[in-house]
Ligand binder design. Sequence first.
Ligand code: BGC
Ligand code: CA
Length: 158
Amino acid sequence: RCFIAACPSGWSTNGVSCFYIDPSRTPDRSTAQQKCLSMGANLPTIKSAGERDFIFNLLKNNPGISNEGVWLGLNRRGSSFYWIDNSYAGYQVWGHGEPNNFGGHENCAQMYKGGGNAGKWNDNHAAAMEQLPLFFVKNPWHTDERADFLLPTVEIKK
Ligand code: BGC
Ligand code: CA
């Protein structure tokens, strides 16, 4: 049994994951998330060093993304952080001194592309996050969405 992943045109492919960067600015976090969902995608969730390295490499290879990087699908609840699938963020790679909840209202998070904390994360407030491009992932690592963009599987009987 085997399968072939096919991404929509304009999306990058890695294995069975599809990635798309929308450089337009979004008004707020829930609009950002709605936009992702309308494309059958989501903001990135990162649950291992391998996923983090892969996404960081995509940022580094995309000249349209500034040093400020992209939104992650990561939200503060109290002093803890959770991914948009409601799972507790067990794997975390924060920049130096982060998360600092600066001003007491840093409930979102970004991954920096450049600077001293490149590839690491910063909690930030929604108004600052509005300046970042959106990074969409059709993310079969953590969901069942894979079936939406796989070609049918074919079994060969011997
Ligand atoms: C701080 C971050 C903070 C950001 C707010 C930076 O200088 O290092 O922790 O989230 O300012 O804009
Ligand atoms: Ca911060």
